[in-house]
Design a protein around this ligand. Structure first.
Ligand code: RB5
Length: 148
């Protein structure tokens, strides 16, 4: 499993903890984020990871900013991306099972590192259920085709 990870200046520490956790799980990690605390702009990293997922350069993406909100909004502007911001594991698991999310966003100022790792684990371990959920995901993706 190859994971693309991206973050702004607010997410550096949590990113490092999540990278170590992913590597412990046996994942290959590609770092698209910043590694300094110099103020930067989260849309850049949301878009980079979104494009890496959409082009299949990586299998899934994980994004971290202060709240996880802005960076997930940016990723969701990339065609083919279904990014979700989660602060608890239940929504993370269901977002994969029902919504087939391909990017998970976390708020470094919202969740602690242990909670963040639990969210990541639930999300990675969950599988899309297909069936009636596929119909609904197809409907979401059809909205992209109507943009203009
Ligand atoms: C940066 O201060 C902060 O706005 C950013 O990390 C994120 O929370 C935006 O959604």
């Amino acid at each position: 499993m190859k994971i693309g990870i991206g973050n702004d200046h607010a997410g550096v520490e949590l990113k490092n903890e999540i990278v170590a956790h992913l590597q412990e799980r046996g994942c290959e990690v590609v770092n698209f984020g910043t590694d300094t605390h110099d103020r930067c702009n989260y849309p850049e990293y949301g878009e980079k990871v979104g494009r890496a997922v959409a082009s299949k350069e990586v299998d899934l993406g994980i994004l971290i900013c202060g709240t996880g909100v802005g960076i997930s909004l940016a990723a969701n502007k990339v065609e083919g991306i279904r990014a979700v911001v989660c602060s608890e594991p239940y929504s993370a698991k269901l977002s994969k099972e029902h919504n087939n999310t391909n990017v998970l966003a976390l708020g470094a100022r919202v969740v602690g590192s242990e909670m963040a790792k639990m969210i990541v684990d639930e999300w990675l371990d969950a599988e899309f259920m297909g069936g009636r959920h596929q119909t609904r995901v197809d409907m979401i993706m059809a909205i992209e085709k109507k943009r203009g």
